[in-house]
Design a protein around this ligand. Structure first.
Ligand SMILES: [Zn+2]
Length: 424
């Protein structure tokens, strides 16, 4: 049996539970999705092997692959000798779908960003625009975000592509059903109907829009490659102005009753009296978030504080200072590491993850943070060897959120490939 095709789909993560086939056409859609997910998760294979892995009759598999080939979602690959037969090698099929794109759009404290991924998992568009989101207010921010989405989608369409959906990512707590950012202290949003605002601006030709919290999407982006290595329990820690975590437990994204699971940035975990955007003092993110790093590392007026300069450029500058041995930058990173470790240890004690993935600015300073944080977490956690937990750096860094958002948008196709096959 295939190992992951029926369990690790991104949508499966977000909305647990298998689809139930009710009639002939819905069972055909479900089977098309099953075959497509198998090819995504377990790689190219022959029709015989697909039949083996899915338990579907070989004739059915032949029909399904013919449809997927017609729809441009898969293509003929190389020849492969089947595991199960001693006979001649068969022709394999593999994911194509280079013209089918999902878009992730992100609103964060100091930028709006976009990243598109095609069905093969290739990044097909990427842009980040520095933006003082808190100062600009929701209307101007939604204007800029809608512009970014419209231009990105238009460019992909002009190249012959098709955009199947857009997931908008924001910090804070969100209501998925109404597309509302209920409370995001760092950008100063409360009760903002973000998806309605985008739909109005994008007009009737807008792709399908969804909303999700940034930390959860970052966890999805990290989970896709990690699950291929058998990881089922993962915590992704965002490193932004705000700090939150996305939790995947037993292969399921943890949302909690109201979707607030993972809002650890406002716990008081380390001694601090710094004022927080939420109106209280001493929250964890005031000790480990981006403002803490900047406050320790540089005086106001230093270019690393300038919100109009792309955040990656500012972090690269700080990294260069650290690598040059600048004492103030190194001291700042020590302080961040010391404040980061107790929070990570708490998460490890509660959740016993296999992986803790450090994202955002944490991923930029891995060599400075990782040894200290790992050592302290091993000291603090009750279980021997930190319960088998490994602390690693994000493989996707500042794009984790938009990447996870784009993958979630694309997952609609993996659930129901016929959505994009009618025009294929
Ligand atoms: Zn707070």
């Amino acid at each position: 049996m295939g190992s992951a095709h029926d369990g690790t789909g991104v949508r499966n993560l977000a909305m647990a539970g298998p689809a139930v086939a009710r009639d002939r056409s819905s069972s055909r859609r479900a089977n098309l999705g099953l075959v497509l997910r198998l090819l995504r998760d377990d790689g190219p294979r022959t029709r015989t092997r697909i039949a083996d892995d899915t338990g579907l009759p070989k004739a059915t598999v032949s029909n399904l692959t013919a449809e997927l080939l017609d729809g441009g979602l898969i293509r003929e690959g190389g020849t492969e000798r089947d595991r199960t037969t001693v006979g001649r090698p068969g022709q394999s099929v593999e994911i194509d779908g280079t013209g089918v794109h999902g878009i992730g759009a992100e609103i964060n404290v100091d930028y709006v960003g976009l990243l598109a991924v095609n069905l093969k998992g290739e990044v097909t568009a990427e842009k980040r625009v520095p933006f003082d989101v808190r100062a600009a207010g929701p209307d101007a921010v939604l204007d800029a975000t809608a512009r970014l989405i419209a231009r990105g989608a238009e460019r992909l369409r002009r190249a012959g592509g098709r955009v199947v959906g857009v997931t908008l990512a924001t910090p804070g707590t969100v209501d998925l059903a109404s597309g509302t950012v209920t409370y995001a202290s760092n950008i100063g949003w409360s009760g903002v109907r973000a998806l309605d605002g985008l739909r109005r601006r994008l007009g009737p030709t807008a792709p399908e829009l969804h909303l999700e919290n940034d930390a959860k999407l970052g966890a999805l982006a990290e989970y896709v490659p990690a699950s291929a290595d058998g990881v089922r329990d993962l915590v992704h820690v965002t490193g932004q102005t705000g700090v939150g975590v996305g939790i995947i437990a037993g292969g399921q994204l943890l949302r909690g009753t109201g979707g607030y699971a993972g809002e650890v940035g406002h716990l008081r975990l380390v001694p601090s009296e710094q004022p927080c955007a939420c109106g209280r003092r001493g929250c964890w993110e005031t000790a480990v978030g981006r403002d803490a790093l900047l406050r320790h590392a540089a005086d106001p007026g230093d270019m690393v504080w300038d919100p109009m300069i792309d955040v990656a450029r500012r972090l690269t500058e700080l990294r260069a200072r650290a690598q040059a041995g600048d004492p103030r930058t190194l001291d700042a990173l020590h302080r961040i590491a010391d404040a980061l470790a107790p929070g990570i240890a708490l998460l490890v004690d509660i959740l016993n993850p296999r992986l803790v993935v450090l994202g955002g600015h944490f991923a930029f300073f891995g060599e400075h943070l990782l040894p200290t944080v790992t050592e302290q977490v091993h000291d603090l956690v009750m279980a021997p060897d930190a319960g088998g937990c490994e602390i690693v750096l994000s493989r996707t860094g500042l794009t984790a959120t938009t990447r996870g958002a784009a993958l979630l948008a694309l997952d609609a196709v993996y659930r129901d490939p016929t959505r994009v096959m009618s025009t294929g």
